[in-house]
Design a binder for this molecule. Sequence first.
Ligand SMILES: Nc1nc2c(c(=O)[nH]1)N[C@H]1C(S)=C(S)[C@@H](COP(=O)(O)OP(=O)(O)OC[C@H]3O[C@@H](n4cnc5c(=O)[nH]c(N)nc54)[C@H](O)[C@@H]3O)O[C@H]1N2
Ligand SMILES: Nc1nc2c(c(=O)[nH]1)N[C@H]1C(S)=C(S)[C@@H](COP(=O)(O)OP(=O)(O)OC[C@H]3O[C@@H](n4cnc5c(=O)[nH]c(N)nc54)[C@H](O)[C@@H]3O)O[C@H]1N2
Ligand code: SF4
Ligand SMILES: [Mo]
Length: 749
Amino acid sequence: MPGSPFLAPAIRLFKRLERKPADPDTSTRKVLCGSCDIACSVVAEVRRGRVTRIRSSDNPLFKDNICIKGVVAPKGFAHPDRILYPMKRVGERGSGQWTRVSWDEAMGEIGERLKRVIAGHGPEAWAVSTSQWNTGTDHGLGRRVMNHVGSPNWISGVALCAGNTAAINRMSYGWYPWPDYDNTRCIVLFGHNPKRDSWVPIHNAIERARARGARLIVLDPRRSEKAELADLWLPLKVGSDAAMCFGWLKVIFDEGLYDRRFVADWTVGFDALRARVDEFPLDRVAQLTGCREEDIARAARMYATQGPSIIPWTPITDQQRNSTSAIRLQTILRAVCGYVDVPGGEALQGFHPSIVPESDIEMHEVLSEAQKAKQLGSDRHPAFTYRGQAALGEPMKRVWGRTYANQVTGCYMANPTATFRAMAGDGPYPVKAFFALGNNTLLSYANMPLILKAMLNQDLIVVQEHMMTPTAQLADFVLPGDAWTERPWLWDAYGWLSVYRPSQQAMEPPGECRSTFEFWKLTAAALDMPEVVPWASLNEFYDWRLAKLGIGFDEFAATYELHAGKREWKKYLTTGFATPSGKVELESSVLRDLGFDPLPYFREDPAPDPDYPLTMFTGVREGEYFQTGGRHIPEMRERKPEPNLFVSAGTAAATQIVDGEWVHVETMLGRVTMQVKVQDSMPDGLVRVPHGWWKPETAQGLVEGLSSALVHADSMLCRDDDDYLDREQGIPHLKGAPCRIVKLTADAP
Ligand SMILES: Nc1nc2c(c(=O)[nH]1)N[C@H]1C(S)=C(S)[C@@H](COP(=O)(O)OP(=O)(O)OC[C@H]3O[C@@H](n4cnc5c(=O)[nH]c(N)nc54)[C@H](O)[C@@H]3O)O[C@H]1N2
Ligand SMILES: Nc1nc2c(c(=O)[nH]1)N[C@H]1C(S)=C(S)[C@@H](COP(=O)(O)OP(=O)(O)OC[C@H]3O[C@@H](n4cnc5c(=O)[nH]c(N)nc54)[C@H](O)[C@@H]3O)O[C@H]1N2
Ligand code: SF4
Ligand SMILES: [Mo]
């Protein structure tokens, strides 16, 4: 695979770690890897109570769905610096001084202090940040406890990754569809670049589709691994995805390539949409995207005529100034071409008929309307908040059977930026208690200086973690979390598909590590509401969720690799779509009623700033690490020791920097230090900044730089002021912000 200098050594290491021990004492467990958010079905080999090896599943359905991160995970979990016991802060916040306490002591004091915050400022003064991806065993219990307490202020990494896409998709057709890779004839990737070491099951699904002749269209400013393989690669300008979609629609409408029947019977707002699309003649789209008119037209024709086609989810359009419009335009492309809920297109799957979904566990109905109205950010950026999704409640109930049908946990969130502002003392009311569960908050959103200020202004911070992350370093209590090999797991496909998969516990957690389930159970008890989490154990909780199937979790896990609800294509023929009109809303009544443009639009970049002549995006996943984690695992760190920024040879020459040199990258917000890599896959003028770097081996504590997070993390660069926030959702623009590269001087850290 060109463009990946790390692949050959990675394969060698992979083979070494995969070598099989011939040991009769070794037993196996079916587990789901939780080292990234795609949850591959793998096998854990267990010897004398410890996981000794992770290998590929024997089931042909899942064969080869495995990567190096999953294989080395047990080494990461066995690291000597893993947090094994509850720790309480003793010095100043962020001073790095801790004392070991028992779980009882910790939860007793956390309960008392949280009650004090609630008594003083109201339940909305408690905010929780998590990432459903990692915590694994939360299962909506955090929302459940918060809803009973009365706080709407839950935020998550899913605000920047799939959760927000789910919320916007529902405005168009009432559910967030999943692509039918098995039957599609054309795949369109907006940036999204699954690889042998990033989202392997999707990489494999794309490869299988290509092998049976499906087309691949890639839109990526960089010549990515997937761009190399594409039938058509459009090197669009960073952040111009929405403009590109307008161009495609222009061609599709002008050339009559759309599904007139579906449009007439099942959509509303076509004429208004068409008028908006006419504002985007191809010469304008070519100018906005930097692509050639004929290539834009070719791609549009391929998508519309060589289908059924799919546009799989991509984080790239989750993280732009025009995110809402870009996502809506993708939903519109699917709809007008007739690819919604058809084989080979995109499936609206709904809930599994027999297993209790996380939407039910969350119990949003117990939170009062008055408290829902206080959700932070819902005034200015409501799209994925309670307010933004309220008009979908009745249609959701009609079509999918639930008023609060949460998908990817992303449909009833507070806005992260608004939450941090309130925590920092600059909101409509104070927020004084903050919990971060399996979420490296300081590094996992935009504007770290604001998050830092917010955290320093708290009366209580609780973190549940594996490692002493920069975020944990600012906590009052750091609690030890268990890992995916150490707990059972019922995976719900994020409420996106009606598929459940089980994971067997492979070993006992070390030290006093506990699951997020136990954390929420203890929190409910500490708040004098033990009945809110009544199940004695995770197993008992799963038994309850599976009761309708008539089997307990252990039997379920022994019997099934996956359990899917019945798939029904074109359910809308009998129920309509779960939107206010019952049709696909090309013109969104939900957005109109919230005071926004009901049609997609394109906001151009602010005027260029001569002080920041280059453009940066953050991302391109590193094969060795998941997001901000994993830098403590020596096998991975040897491979990828430093944060590298990528530029083209042209940019390097123009900036007078060379490969291997250390430089500052600066935006209006802040600066980080990175090592230059010159890559010919990068276009001139574009800078790629890797996500989430800190160095666990460097000094902890605020004064010491939070283990180098202040020096290396991209969140120091990512702005969240109005020009850099999507209007409807209020999520930051990570794809195309002005920056400059500055050579290191003597005062460099
Ligand atoms: N600035 C900026 N922000 C971003 C992004 C970006 O590119 N730039 N990317 C966005 C994207 S795509 C995503 S998905 C989100 C991800 O946001 P997060 O999910 O918050 O990202 P991670 O860095 O994986 O942090 C997870 C933390 O959980 C810990 N952890 C892992 N497993 C467990 C477990 O089993 N139990 C417990 N208790 N803890 C565990 C890890 O040690 C790690 O510190 O970030 C988003 N935010
Ligand atoms: N090894 C590993 N695998 C991972 C992860 C990890 O941390 N490590 N994280 C997982 C998670 S949470 C996620 S969200 C996914 C993300 O994985 P992907 O969806 O593949 O996203 P990225 O790797 O950030 O970027 C993909 C491509 O988008 C291009 N791009 C950048 N800006 C733009 C733009 O404005 N428009 C377009 N069209 N393209 C652009 C980049 O050049 C890059 O080639 O990966 C998952 N897989
Ligand atoms: S792609 Fe790798 S890290 Fe992600 S779930 Fe699969 S094996 Fe684990
Ligand atoms: Mo993500």
